[in-house]
Ligand binder design. Structure first.
Ligand SMILES: [Zn+2]
Length: 378
């Protein structure tokens, strides 16, 4: 840039105008080519999780080994076969997760297909929720975090790190029905709102239009209404917040995939994942239509833990074979820095603890903390 400027001083005004225009065009084309965020706008981060959703369905669509067992389908698999069934893999993938396999597989990146040895695992030894979410947000798989009832997280997370910077201050929020998120993200210390289903959002966000996620608890499916509401309430609230408050860092936690799996209801598990895919499409559409977000927003979609194979698909935890296996998806500008776009088919081993560093490196705001942090994947 400096070199160009010095040269320009020596030429006539008209030529200067032309040169500037040409330079601008060249720069804007270069930016377009690299698909980089505009220099003067700090990038946004949206992290989305769907609890305990298996890599097997992300990459394989409906799993016939489970679909064919009547005990997982109340004796009738017609519905899921009609909606998600197909002989060829590509059709099955698209039927279950159309946004993932039309758009993310083209413009984004998909990691975790173990069928091609592109492996993603949690680094913590526990294989359930609090340790998993801790690992995503702090990059530190502290083995001491060994219970979902664990105390408020002693380790600072990536959203608190962003919230401490002027560009992100008071523009950070988290939504999840599960009240453990207040502890996992240590709301009291972190300084950004963590909205769960058991508190009044209207008061917390000072937004009279906001609908409490907790409203959903009353209507929710009985077996898990003590723990969380249906995802639709979390989503509507988070979407409303995104559109009205325009946060620069946002977390949305969906929980139904895990709940239905524990209740051994494969149809509802698949429907929940299909719905999450549609919501991510809605979020992406809004992002790409909104100034300040368009081509300037990084999205990470992942899960806290895996689950077992076949019969054991309902379960997870350290004693369940395969429950450490996860996946993740990335969307945003300049992903070419990491590697080729689309489904990652090269051999590799990645860990959940690398996600915080990866996202913040992409944003140009590398996460630093006093605890060890898994390194970025590129
Ligand atoms: Zn679970």
């Amino acid at each position: 840039m400096r070199l160009i400027k010095n040269k320009l001083l020596k030429i006539t005004y008209l030529a200067l105008l032309l040169a500037v225009t040409t330079a601008h065009t060249a720069i804007s084309q270069a930016n377009k080519a690299a698909n980089k965020p505009a220099n003067n706008v700090t990038p946004n981060l949206i992290i989305i999780t769907t609890d305990g959703f298996r890599w097997q369905e992300v990459f394989g669509g409906m799993d016939t080994a489970i679909a064919n067992q009547s005990k997982f389908n109340q004796g009738d698999s017609t519905y899921i076969y009609n909606k998600y069934g197909a002989n060829d893999l590509a059709t099955r993938q698209k039927k279950l997760m159309p946004f993932f396999w039309s758009q993310v597989a083209k413009e984004g990146m998909l990691f975790g297909n173990r069928d091609v040895n592109n492996n993603v695992d949690v680094a913590n030894p526990h294989w359930f929720s609090y340790p998993g979410y801790n690992e995503i947000f702090t990059g530190y798989p502290d083995t001491a975090i060994n219970s979902n009832d664990y105390m408020p997280n002693p380790h600072p997370n990536v959203f608190a790190f962003l919230n401490a910077q002027p560009a992100y201050k008071n523009k950070v929020a988290a939504f999840g029905a599960w009240d453990a998120f207040d502890r996992i993200l240590n709301e009291k210390v972190s300084g950004f709102p963590v909205i769960n289903g058991f508190e009044s959002i209207t008061q917390l966000l000072q937004d009279p239009v906001a609908v409490s996620i907790g409203q959903g608890l009353k209507d929710s499916y009985k077996p898990f209404k003590e723990v969380e509401c249906l995802d639709v309430y979390t989503h509507q609230q988070a979407m409303h917040y995104l559109q009205t408050k325009k946060p620069k860092a946002l977390y949305i936690s969906y929980g139904e995939t895990d709940e239905w799996a524990h209740h051994a209801q494969y149809r509802d598990y698949l429907d929940a994942a299909h719905q999450v895919d549609a919501w991510i499409a809605q979020i992406w559409k809004w992002v790409q239509a909104t100034p300040g977000y368009k081509d300037n927003t990084y999205i990470l979609v992942t899960t806290d833990h895996g689950r077992g194979f076949n019969e054991a698909w309902t379960d997870h935890g350290a004693d369940v074979n395969g429950a450490s296996s996860i996946w993740f998806a990335l969307m945003g500008p300049g992903l070419q820095k990491i590697g080729p776009l689309g489904e990652q088919t090269q051999k590799g081993q990645f860990y959940q603890k690398q996600l915080a560093a990866t996202m913040t490196k992409l944003m140009g705001k590398p996460f630093v903390a006093s605890h060890p942090i898994g390194s970025a994947i590129y």
